[in-house]
Design a protein. Sequence first.
Length: 94
Amino acid sequence: MNSPLSPHQSPEARPLSHATQGDYLVDHLDASTPPALRARLLELGLTTGAPLSVWRAGSRLTLTLRRSHLVVRRSEVEGVWVTPSAPSPTGAQP
């Protein structure tokens, strides 16, 4: 899973599947993500620079993304790389 840094990848980037609770920005989608899954993730709004919050981290992740709440399997977001960001202004859990 440790792939070399792409030219667009931040050194702090980590796979979303390894994220803990907190606030993140989408860094990039890994090129190895299957095309159908990649298209679906982009449709959901997991685009470069998109802010998201991880509220629960277990076998599934509970996310807030663009004012929507999502629950995704860790395996579905292995190719989504994120970087930590500043906490949301409200700091409140949805």
